[in-house]
Design a binder for this molecule. Structure first.
Ligand code: SPD
Length: 365
């Protein structure tokens, strides 16, 4: 029995090598950001294709990168941001895309493809899924109670001025737990380039956080959605669409919590999240099928309508709810767009310096 099992295994391995089949035909493992897909997207794909999807989530590029660089992540499709993509492409983490397997590529917005190609020439390894900004989510009533009617909710002063943060502590403040996004925000506020690699300037940015650290409730990159919605905190530095989700949840709950999103007038970080296939993916053909599915206008418009982020699919725009298309948080005006900066792609050594400093900020010492 054992011998027969081993023979069959050997034969099937030889067969797989001969035909180039890489793994089980009917499975796919996807690793995406949390709160970043419609509730029925995966089920629709499974029903249409018969492929079983294992869908896991992360909430920071740092987490995804650690999995990818360790190798053998086990995933067939992942969603890094453009600021991390360039380095990862150079490190050989991703497969070069065979675009003949992606007939829906034609639906993608050529302007956004061009922007994203700054991190991946010719969009050779990834396509843009959603994009957004990193701004301030806030509860206008609570902020007004604490800081008065002239609270600077349209400025980073709201949080970076210690006298404001000290007062807002009473209703709760959170920041993203991401040194590569939060330190550039502080550098920008201090008047330095967002991609400044000068260690003294990075230390100044950390010192700015240290000053307000006693007023910060927590650093986390996804918990603020529910906390804003249920009134546990009143200000969160967060991702545009996530704040819009908090706003929608608060509305749905029908309670009195109202949430707004502001892109501070000094400017804010912007990002593209990109879909890519890791070099060692086991189910490559299924990854292509899922990519092509995500490029379908009906599928991606439905995702945007559920998560509030703008997608990168031009053909999907007419299918996006008008309320989202007209929301300046999701689709900022040209004037506001001009104030956004791209989250910088930092060399690994600088990233390490930032991560060490950030650990101190979080510990408050
Ligand atoms: N909940 C989904 C959040 C997606 C945010 N991606 C942002 C990356 C910024 N560099």
């Amino acid at each position: 029995m054992k011998m027969l099992g081993r023979t069959l295994l050997t034969l099937s391995l030889l067969g797989a090598m001969a035909t180039g089949v890489q793994a089980n035909d009917k499975v796919l493992r996807v690793y995406n950001w949390s709160d970043y897909i419609a509730p029925d997207t995966v089920k629709k794909f499974e029903d249409e294709t018969g492929i079983q999807v294992t869908y896991d989530v992360f909430d920071s590029n740092e987490t995804l990168e650690a999995r990818l660089l360790a190798g053998k992540s086990g995933y067939d499709l992942v969603v890094p941001s453009n600021s991390f993509l360039a380095k990862q492409v150079k490190a050989g983490v991703y497969q070069t895309l065979d675009k003949s397997k992606l007939p829906n590529w034609k639906n993608l917005n050529p302007v956004l493809l061009k922007n994203a190609s700054a991190s991946d020439p010719d969009n050779a390894h990834a396509f843009p899924y959603m994009w957004g900004s990193i701004g301030i989510g806030f509860n206008p009533e609570k902020v007004k109670e604490v800081l008065g009617a002239n609270a600077p909710t349209n400025s980073w002063d709201l949080l970076f001025k210690p006298e404001n943060a000290e007062k807002l502590k009473a209703c709760g403040i959170s920041f993203l737990d991401s040194p590569t996004e939060m330190i550039p925000a502080a550098l920008h506020y201090l008047g330095y380039p967002v991609n400044d690699q000068d260690k003294a300037h990075i230390a100044e940015a950390e010192a700015l956080f240290m000053k307000i650290r006693p007023s910060v409730s927590y650093f986390h990159s996804s918990k603020y959605i529910s906390d804003l919605a249920n009134g546990n905190i009143c200000v969160a530095v967060g991702y545009s669409g996530d704040v819009l989700q908090a706003k929608a949840r608060a509305l749905e709950a029908g309670d009195k919590v109202k949430i707004d999103y502001s892109i501070p007038k000094e400017g804010a970080g912007s990002f593209y999240d990109m879909v890519a296939i890791p070099r060692d993916a086991a189910n490559v053909e299924n990854a292509y099928l899922f990519m092509n599915f995500l490029m379908r206008p009906d599928v991606i418009a439905d995702i945007t309508n559920n998560i509030g982020y703008s997608n990168a699919n031009a053909a999907a725009t007419p299918l996006v709810d008008e309320a989202i298309r007209n929301d300046p948080g999701s689709y900022p005006s040209q004037e506001v767009m001009a104030t956004l900066y791209a989250i910088p792609d930092m060399p690994i050594g600088v990233q390490r310096v930032m991560t060490r400093g950030w650990t101190k900020v979080k510990l408050g010492k």
